[in-house]
Design a protein around this ligand. Structure first.
Ligand code: DX5
Ligand code: ZN
Length: 225
């Protein structure tokens, strides 16, 4: 029986797609059966890269029905909660390192009508977010240094997932370098959302790549029970 506990969501990260074909790229992974779309927002301050803002998110909103999982790698994200919500974000994840008052930011996200997520970069201990767990729907554990797609997965980050899982019933997402080889370990550790950029968009056959990722995580999910 499929229960919430053993369903693993796959969220393609558009950072690795061909932006000249954005609509087709989204259509391809949507038809292939992905669950969410993961959108990486970077400000050139919190991370040394710049990507998309609310304008692009609102165009993406128009070409898909998939939930939009917006990962805000920006300083003072509370200033942009309304704008991203208006643009169509269903989930908004902020970094604890970027929030002067994480509790206030998370409650602003929930008040906007979106679900709230909290993330930690590799050097930040997972324990820093424990005081806020009641205020979040999702925890995103970075498995690379945030800023760029295509980096190597850091297996030692799964220890954070293992420490978090017994205390948190919500969704745990892993983001960075996820592929069919390391996805089973992430799922066994307790993750239930796999964010994947290059492992999907770097492959010619996206449907096949998505299937491979799902198959690997499914075997891990059933082995763990
Ligand atoms: C990195 C981003 C990730 C990244 C994932 O800062 O948060 O979402 O795009 O891409 P891959 O799967 O290529 O590491
Ligand atoms: Zn991301």
């Amino acid at each position: 029986m499929k229960s919430a506990a053993n369903s693993i969501l796959v969220a393609p990260s558009l950072l690795s797609c061909d932006f000249t074909r954005l609509k087709e790229e989204i259509g391809e992974v949507e038809r292939a059966g992905c669950d969410w779309l993961h959108l990486d927002v970077m400000d050139g301050h919190f991370v040394p890269n710049l990507t998309i803002g609310p304008v692009v998110v609102s165009w993406i909103r128009k070409c898909t029905r998939l939930p939009l999982d917006v990962h805000l790698m920006i300083e003072n994200p509370e200033q942009y909660v309304e704008a991203f919500r208006k643009a169509g974000a269903d989930w908004m994840t902020v970094h604890i390192e970027a929030c002067p008052e994480p509790g206030a930011t998370l409650s602003a996200i929930r008040k906007s009508g979106a679900k709230a997520g909290l993330s930690v970069r590799p050097k930040t201990p997972i324990e820093t977010i424990f005081p806020f767990l009641k205020e979040v729907d999702l925890v995103l554990v970075m498995t690379v240094e945030p800023g760029f797609g295509g980096q190597a997965f850091m297996p030692e980050m799964l220890e954070k997932v293992r420490r978090l899982r017994p205390r948190f019933q919500g969704l745990i997402s892993v983001d960075g370098g996820i592929d069919p080889r390391n996805a089973p370990g992430a799922v066994q550790a307790g993750a239930n959302i796999l964010v994947a950029g290059s492992a999907l968009f770097g492959q010619k056959d996206r449907a096949r790549a998505l299937q491979d990722l799902r198959a690997s995580s499914r075997s891990a999910a059933s082995a763990g029970r």
